[in-house]
Design a protein around this ligand. Structure first.
Ligand code: HEC
Ligand code: HEC
Length: 354
């Protein structure tokens, strides 16, 4: 139900092989002290951890291969408000690197202060995140990027406005002629450059990854207990799986509201009503408030939601059940989520060409 085909993407075969033999490698390298604080068998822990190893390569689109020059042009365009109707809003206004590529608001605010219907998601690790949007309505980053440039509520642009900007800025005009030889300037190709840049926005190692690699002291005992709970009693990993902590699937977790989510895209399946795409948990502590409507303000409140705060209704996922977590267990799960913040170098804002 979750993913669309990945057939058109060149997936990292090296990464997949590395994931497959991770369990064995870890069982040999994890020192005993890594597990002494936990009531779990070391081999079982190694197997659990192996599911979270980071891939070694970034997927790219076969139709739109990644090159450093395309990424550089795409980055400038991502930060350039001249693509918008008013000349004042860029992709980065809402997907702001200072807020882990979100905006820190409950719901996005677009052109003329128009409040959007949903919370702005991060573009971090979006190379792996297709299908895109909370309801999965875009199959690729290329397709997604067309939307906000032209949507009245977001950037209020028009194909004419976008192409006028490209035409009047020699670096954009010449750059696009160079990377798309023989093609006319088009909004589709601007979207391709934005997509290439987005694929380069990848979170680097977090303390959690250091622990996966065998550094026993990288995270606290509380966070280690939280990781085990996340994978066992609390059942979080049934949806937040893999190194990005998402199955890229759609689930109703019982948040109040009328937004039908995936149910509006795929009609007639009760489990997809009010179902939204499982968000990544990478850099989660930097990305409050939470959920598709920004209605949950803290990680503590998120854990309380799963413990007992969800709405029972026919579409509710059968993976969401009362958890009866103790206060210590809740604190452990939050401590674990706080270890998912990558230790990135600060993002350099591009100087925009005139
Ligand atoms: C006014 C704020 C705003 C602007 C400007 C904006 N976005 Fe978004 N973006 C959003 C919101 C809100 C969503 C979620 C909408 C939904 O799911 O229905 C979103 C979703 C996305 C997603 C999907 C992420 C995922 O994991 O599903 C990507 C990628 C994205 N935007 C890229 C861009 C690009 C590229 C631009 C510039 C061309 C841009 N955005 C401009 C607010 C904005
Ligand atoms: C049935 C699948 C499922 C399970 C089980 C699940 N989640 Fe989620 N999680 C989701 C979905 C789907 C959303 C987005 C829901 C929405 O916005 O309406 C979400 C949202 C979140 C968010 C907010 C992310 C953001 O960027 O806004 C956090 C944090 C989170 N979950 C943590 C957890 C923890 C901790 C557990 C275990 C206690 C857990 N989840 C169990 C599917 C699940």
């Amino acid at each position: 139900m979750g993913r669309t085909t990945f057939g058109k993407f060149v997936r990292g075969s090296v990464a997949v092989a590395a994931l497959a033999c991770g369990a064995v490698a870890l069982a040999q390298t994890l020192p005993d002290s890594a597990v002494s604080a936990l009531s779990i068998d070391p081999l079982a822990l190694s197997k659990m951890l192996a599911d979270y190893r980071r891939p070694n390569t970034i997927p790219e689109s076969a139709d739109n291969p990644t090159t450093p020059y395309k990424a550089q042009l795409g980055k400038m365009l991502f930060f350039d408000p001249r693509l918008s109707g008013s000349g004042s809003i860029s992709c980065a206004s809402c997907h702001n690197p200072s807020f882990a590529w979100q905006d820190g608001l409950a719901k996005g605010v677009g052109d003329h202060g128009h409040v959007l219907g949903r919370h702005t998601p991060t573009i971090l690790n979006s190379a792996w995140a297709e299908p895109l949007f909370w309801d999965g309505r875009a199959d690729s980053l290329e397709q997604q990027a067309m939307g906000p440039m032209l949507a009245a509520a977001e950037m209020a642009g028009s194909p004419e406005k976008v192409l006028e900007t490209i035409n009047t800025v020699p670096e954009y005009r010449d750059g696009m002629t160079k990377v798309f030889p023989g093609e006319k300037l088009s909004v589709e190709n601007v979207a391709k450059l934005l997509a290439v840049f987005e694929r380069t926005v990848v979170s680097s190692d977090a303390p959690f990854d250091q622990w996966v690699k065998g550094n026993t002291n990288a995270i606290s005992d509380s966070a280690k207990r939280g990781f085990v709970l996340f994978n066992t009693k609390a059942n979080c990993a049934s949806c937040h799986s893999g190194w990005r902590f998402t199955d890229d699937g759609f689930h109703d977790i019982g948040i109040a509201g009328d937004d039908m989510g995936r149910g509006k895209i795929v009609a007639g399946i009760v489990q997809l009503e009010r179902a939204f795409k499982t968000p990544t948990l990478r850099n989660i502590v930097q990305r409050a408030p939470y959920m598709h409507d920004g209605s949950v303000r803290t990680l503590e409140a998120v854990v309380d939601h799963y413990d007992h705060g969800f709405i029972q209704r026919p579409s509710l996922s059968d993976q969401v059940k009362p958890l009866h977590l103790t206060d210590q267990e809740k604190a452990d799960i939050v401590a674990f989520m706080k270890t998912l913040t990558s230790m990135d170098a600060p993002v350099e804002y591009p100087v925009l060409p005139r």
